[in-house]
Each structure stands twice: as C-alpha cells, then as structure tokens.
Design a protein around this ligand. Sequence first.
Ligand SMILES: Cc1ncc(COP(=O)(O)O)c(C=O)c1O
Length: 359
Amino acid sequence: MKIEVLPLAPAELRPKPTDEKALGFGRHFADRMFVMEYASGGWRNARIQKYQPFSLEPSAMCLHYAQEIFEGLKAYRTTDGRVTMFRPAMNIARMNRSAAALQMPQLDPDLFLRALKDLVALERDWIPTTEGCSLYIRPTMIATDPFLGVRPSDTYLFFIIVGPVGAYYPKGFVPVSIMVSENHVRAVRGGIGASKAAANYAASLAGQAEAKKAGFDQVLWLDGVSRKYCEEVGTMNMLFVLDGTVVTAPLEGGTILPGVTRDSVLRLLRDVYKTKVEERPLPIDEVIEGATTGRLQEAFGCGTAAIITAVSEIGYQGRKHKVGNGGVGPIARKLYDDLVGIQYGRKPDPFEWVERVWP
Ligand SMILES: Cc1ncc(COP(=O)(O)O)c(C=O)c1O
C-alpha cells in the first residue's frame, strides 16, 4: 500500500521547543502523524497528515471496552547527525502479538516499518540533538465501531504520533527506591500481561499510587497467583544480580511484557559480557534474603524510556532493604553505557540493532 503524504502549509508548522533540558517526556508532539483505517476486513487510506484531533463517536468501542493497544520506541540523532531507530522490528512484532491477544487486526510489518521511517524522516527536525534526548514514537490502534456491547470491533484506527523527549537522567544516573506491592497485581496467567494493552496501564495505577504514598519511587509487581515471585517494576522489566548471576522473570507464563530492552540486555550479558543469566521464577524471599546476606549485588529495571534504572532500596512488608551499596552497580552502568552508546552511534553495533532512517 502506498503512503500518501498530505501537504502542510508553512503556517501549520508549530514552533519547536528550544530548551532541550526542559523537554520532559510525552508533552510535545511533532507537526505530522501517520493514520490509516480498518474496515471491511482491510486497512486503507494510509497517510501522513497534520497532527490534529480525531473525531470519534462517543459510542466508539475503545472508549468503553479498552480494545486499545500501543507501542513505544525511539528515534535517535546519532553523534554524526544521522537519524536511526533501535530494533523497530521487535516493536512491530510485539504490536501484532498484542493485536492478536485483543482480537484486533494484524498490521503488515513492511507497511508499518515504512510508516515509521517515512514519518520520522519527515519530522527529523523535531529530533533533539543533545545525547540522551530523542524522538519518542507512539504507534496506537483503537477500536472505533459506534456500538455498545462486548465483542471485537469491526473497524479500527491505527495511528503513529511522535514527539521530542528529554534525557531521562538530566542530573546523572540516579537510582530509585521500589516497593513490593502486596495488595495489587499487574497481570495474571491467562490474562493480557504480555500485551502492550492500554488496560494494563490503567490497572497499574493503584499499585503505583500506593508505592508513591509510602514514599517509594516505583512499584515492584509480584505474580498474581502465589504473590511470591518477582515480575516487573513499574513499566520496566526487572533484573537482579545474585552472586554474580543475573536473574530475571521468564516470559513463558505470559504475564511479563517481553521488552525490547530486556532482550537486548540479555543478549549483551550472555554473548558479549559472558555473564551467567537465569530466566527463572525468582521468589521475593530470595531477593530479601540476598539483600540481608550481601548476595544481592544489584537490582535494576530496563525499558525504552530510561534504558536502565538502578534500584537502591526495596520496601517489603513494612521494612526497607538496601541493594548492594545503594548506588549504581557496575553491571547496570555498563549496560546503560553500551546500549546508549550503540543507540547514539558511538559504539559498534555487533547485532545490527540500529535501523537507518535518514539519510
Ligand atoms: C509493563 C512494561 N514492561 C516492560 C517494558 C519495557 O519494554 P521495552 O524495553 O520494549 O520498552 C515496558 C515499556 O514499554 C512496559 O510497559
């Protein structure tokens, strides 16, 4: 399918934020977006047009039954001025898995990749130049049938919006404190935890608020059945370093979002650093015992937004447990430096993760 590019009048171009230190996250959006519609069993009308409000029926099914999925990835301006993305094929594949899980239509991966590249290339002047800043890309699919009743919609809207985002660590690589939620769970076996479904994020708000209220930065989710095993942290995958071995939750149960960063981190650990990695259910009791005995050397989350977030302290059952010496550990730091180095074109890209966008 051809992607039509609708012209924008010069007067329709908005001023770009000038202070890259004050960008924040998710607040600015570029001039254009990609849009296409699904009806009668096929996608149609693929176009790049002005970023503008949609007109939706108040009865649109996404507004009532949360048949909505999304993705999150970034475009980078490399140190030599090129524009790249990081492993977009993984986001495309994950979006199609999310679509299948929520009974939504599949997207043609080639068209999806072209849409990403064409939109980012057109909007490249919106990409900040400071290292750490990037263009955040948010592909989204929503159900649009004007209908009340629980069934899959017959019509959908797929769109991609992009916008400049600031460095996650403008003041340096600062560790966070996390609280194990005993009252809330993020996902259950047989549910949609492995999908990037909007509903998962609505369901996470109460647990996050509870952690914040107790004075912690983020929430650590335990499994929804035994409430015993560590799953994810906030909106990141979670890794622990116990006696030199990196341990993270396995994907098989279907309750963990298979992160692009998680996959990249495990690949670097196994194939480049030759570090021992275990993907296994990790009891929170083992983590707390490790914090007490000193076996727990590091704990960190990973995801597209912050890449690596070191954890300084874990709150569990009303007590606080320090991780390692409470700072950023050597494995977390090395992973952060290497991944950011690859993304900004400063370090070799041994696994061909970087996707050229422009020129
Ligand atoms: C629940 C959850 N887990 C993990 C991740 C990390 O995934 P990725 O590395 O693909 O950004 C995210 C963020 O997208 C997330 O929302």
